[in-house]
Design a protein around this ligand. Structure first.
Ligand SMILES: [Fe+2]
Ligand SMILES: [Fe+2]
Length: 260
C-alpha cells in the first residue's frame, strides 16, 4: 500500500498547482491514501471551507494544519463539515474547534493520522510528545497503521520525536519549514521518518512569499504585507510504501513534481 504526504500548500499558486498535479501523481504512483498539509493555503495563511473542499476534491483523504490553523475563522466551518477529514494540531488547547487525530480507511485498512505542533522557536503549547503518548493508547487498537504530521521549526525536535515514537507508529513526516530535507530513512524500530517534506507553491519565492517582499522585510526592515508568489510552481512530498501483511513501512521516497 502507498501513502502520499504533501507539504504545506501555499496560497493560490499552491492550491492551483495541487489541483493540477495531485490527481495525476496519485495515478502515476498508484497511491492509496493522501495526506495534505493545508495550513498556508489561503493567501496570508490559514484555510477556509472552500479551500478545504478544493484540496479534498483534488484527491486528498485528509488535510492537516499547523501553527496557522486558526488564522482564519472560516476553518471552523471546515471542521464542522468534514470532522474526520481536516484535523489541527492535537496539542492545541482542547477547548478549541476541531480534532487532533482521525481514523480513516483505505482498501479496508484503518489509517490513523495525527497532527502535532512543535514547541521550539514557536509559541508555547502543550507538549506534543506527551500528547502523542496519550493518543496512542486510544488509537492503537482502532488502527492498522498510524502516520504523524509533526509541524515544527526545529530539525532537532522533529528528529527527537521520530526516535521517541520509533516502533510505535508507521511513519512520521515533518512540515512547516517549506524546505525539504534529504534524511528520509527507516529508523531502527521500523518507523519511516523524514524531517521535512517541503511545500507546494511557487518555487521562485522565499518559502512561497514574493522574494521582493521577503528581501524588503529582512534587509530593509520594510513592514510590507505578506503576499504569495505565483511563478514556477512545485509540489513536494513523500511516499511511504507499507507492506500489506506486516503493516510496516518498507520504503520512503521523496517526490518533487514540477510543471511540464
Ligand atoms: Fe507552512
Ligand atoms: Fe507552519
Amino acid at each position: 500500500m502507498k501513502i502520499l504526504a504533501i507539504g504545506d500548500v501555499v496560497g493560490e499558486c499552491g492550491v492551483n498547482f495541487l489541483k493540477k498535479a495531485l490527481p495525476q501523481t496519485i495515478t502515476d504512483y498508484e497511491i492509496d491514501f493522501t495526506i495534505v498539509n493545508g495550513e498556508n493555503a489561503l493567501p496570508g495563511s490559514g484555510i477556509s471551507l472552500n479551500i478545504t473542499e478544493d484540496i479534498l476534491a483534488a484527491g486528498a483523504d485528509c488535510v492537516t494544519l499547523g501553527n496557522h490553523a486558526f488564522n482564519k475563522k472560516d476553518v471552523e466551518k471546515a471542521f464542522d463539515r468534514y470532522p474526520t477529514q481536516i484535523i489541527r494540531p492535537l496539542n492545541f488547547d482542547g477547548s478549541l474547534e476541531g480534532e487532533g487525530y482521525t481514523v480513516l480507511s483505505a482498501k479496508g485498512v484503518r489509517i490513523g493520522v495525527v497532527n502535532l505542533l512543535g514547541r521550539i522557536y514557536l509559541s508555547p503549547i502543550n507538549c506534543p510528545f506527551l500528547a502523542m503518548d496519550k493518543t496512542l493508547e486510544y488509537l492503537n487498537d482502532k488502527t492498522d497503521m498510524i502516520f504523524v504530521d509533526f509541524h515544527a521549526e526545529a530539525t532537532s525536535e522533529k528528529k527527537a520525536f521520530g526516535y521517541y515514537v520509533d516502533g510505535r507508529v508507521t511513519g512520521v513526516f515533518g512540515t512547516h519549514t517549506h524546505t525539504p530535507t534529504a534524511d528520509e530513512q527507516i529508523l531502527p524500530g521500523g518507523t519511516a521518518f523524514i524531517t521535512d517534506i517541503g511545500m507546494t507553491g511557487a518555487s521562485d519565492s522565499v518559502l512561497g512569499l514574493k522574494k521582493e517582499i521577503s528581501i524588503g522585510r529582512i534587509v530593509h526592515h520594510k513592514k510590507a504585507r505578506f503576499d504569495w508568489a505565483d511563478t514556477d510552481p512545485v509540489m513536494m512530498g513523500v511516499i511511504f510504501t507499507v507492506d500489506d501483511a506486516t503493516k510496516k513501512c518498507t520504503h520512503i521516497e521523496r517526490i518533487k513534481i514540477t510543471e511540464g
